[in-house]
Design a protein around this ligand. Structure first.
Ligand code: SAH
Ligand code: SF4
Length: 398
């Protein structure tokens, strides 16, 4: 099994573990520690590995947020843990239930920010769409999260905490609790590869048999293409990979997904291919996500160009009708254009699915997740704008 990142170093600096001691209590938050890090922590306090595994199971399989629940752990050890550690999930600010069964959580994280997590039931399958950052700095032109700007990376505890909260809300974290969250997609707010260490640690917990035990084929990381981090990914995880492509050529993709100017399509597809080639199991496919926007990237010539572009890449294609939101003038693809686009790709031999819009009535659809982001970047932009105003008033007065 591919393990999570390097062993634990309890640090208050700007490291992957900074969240572990960030509560102000000075205690280490065990919720966000991968198995390897939890074992390292237990060893650092003179305790055996199997004790760490017991605690891991209490947290992630039985939803314990208090050491007193851990009846198979000695009283002495519980007291010792209480002094130096805690299990602190983020706080649910609000929960919305859609008529179609979709459930959205607004989760408060420090700095008065709110992130969103969405659970989408579909027959036997329950997919949780998890956020990785407070906002996103990559500013894709069609994405509500991008338009909100960026505040900070989520900690590992805040990322896995979303799974903990959702699973617990469905009674999954109990003895013989039903397995409700069967799939996780890192497709909520944020760009997972921009928060590499915390995302990788959280995904290792999702797939860990001593934690959530979700199969590697049911955990998906979606990226808009941070190539240097994608190149490292196979060393740390064997989860599924989705690439947010959205355009068949660099000229158009530069407009829609600005990070393409740095890491163009050829570079991105080559890196994605290397990722799946590094997987031990063959027949893996990359999911290509393509958000269809009326008159922008939804023409038949775009579909033909896309089919040619992906000829040598093992892919399945997921078409996502654009979901409108306030700050955007783009329009949803028409049903005709969507059908035509799909037909062209299928005729070219690609498995091509269309993502149905779910949770529309609670603003929980793809790309509508905005939360409340106190954007440091925009704050500084406003600051610059005020500064410019003062300068020009001075110039006029001179
Ligand atoms: N940052 C990552 C993951 C989060 S976005 C990424 O970009 O892949 C998850 C998916 O939702 C991406 O494919 C994204 O392109 C898509 N998306 C964003 N805004 C959308 C919108 N308004 N309508 C439909 N899909 C959208
Ligand atoms: Fe960020 Fe993904 Fe939205 Fe682009 S689509 S702004 S990468 S969250």
């Amino acid at each position: 099994m591919i393990d999570s990142l390097v062993p634990l170093t309890i640090a208050t600096s700007d490291s992957a573990d900074k969240d572990a001691v960030a509560s102000g209590s000075g205690k280490i938050n065990l919720l966000g520690l991968s198995e390897a890090k939890l074992v390292a922590f237990f060893e650092s306090i003179g305790e055996k590995k199997f004790r760490a595994i017991q605690v891991l199971k209490w947290i992630h399989q039985f939803g314990a947020d208090n050491f007193d629940y851990m009846t198979n752990v000695s009283k002495d050890l519980r007291a010792k843990l209480k002094n130096i550690a805690e299990i602190r999930p983020p706080e649910v600010a609000q929960q919305f239930d859609s008529a179609d069964g979709t459930r959205k959580f607004l989760i408060r994280v420090s700095g008065n920010n709110v992130i969103e997590t969405v659970f989408i039931p579909d027959g036997d399958r329950g997919t949780l769409c998890v956020s990785s950052q407070v906002g996103c700095s990559l500013d894709c032109s069609f994405c509500a999260t991008g338009k909100q700007g960026f505040n900070r990376d989520l900690t590992a505890a805040e990322i896995i905490g979303q799974v903990w909260i959702a699973a617990k809300s469905f009674g999954q974290l109990a003895a013989n609790g039903p397995r409700v969250v069967t799939n996780v997609v890192m497709m909520g707010m944020g760009e997972p590869l921009m928060n590499f260490d915390n995302v990788v640690d959280s995904m290792s917990l999702m797939m860990d048999d001593n934690a959530y035990g979700i199969s590697k084929r049911r955990v998906t990381l979606s990226t808009s293409g941070v190539v240097p981090q994608l190149d490292r990914l196979s060393q740390y995880t064997d989860a599924c990979l989705a690439i947010s492509l959205h355009a068949p050529n660099d000229e158009l993709r530069n407009e829609l997904v600005p990070i393409n100017r740095k890491y163009p399509i050829a570079m991105l597809l080559a890196s994605a291919k290397r990722y799946i080639e590094a997987m031990p199991d063959t027949h893996r496919k990359i999911t290509i996500e393509y958000t269809l926007i009326d008159q922008v990237n939804d023409r038949p010539h775009h579909a033909h160009e896309l089919a040619a572009l992906l000829r040598d890449v093992p892919v399945k294609i997921n078409l996502i009708p654009f979901n409108p939101f306030n700050l955007s003038n783009y329009k949803r693809v028409s049903n005709n254009a969507l059908r035509k686009f799909q037909d062209i790709l299928m005729e070219a031999g690609y498995i091509t699915t269309v993502r149905t819009t779910r949770g529309d009535d609670i603003d929980a659809a793809c790309g509508q997740l905005a939360g409340t982001v106190n954007d440091i970047t925009k704050r500084s932009e406003r600051h610059r704008a005020r500064f410019d105003e003062v300068q020009s008033v001075r110039l006029i007065g001179e």
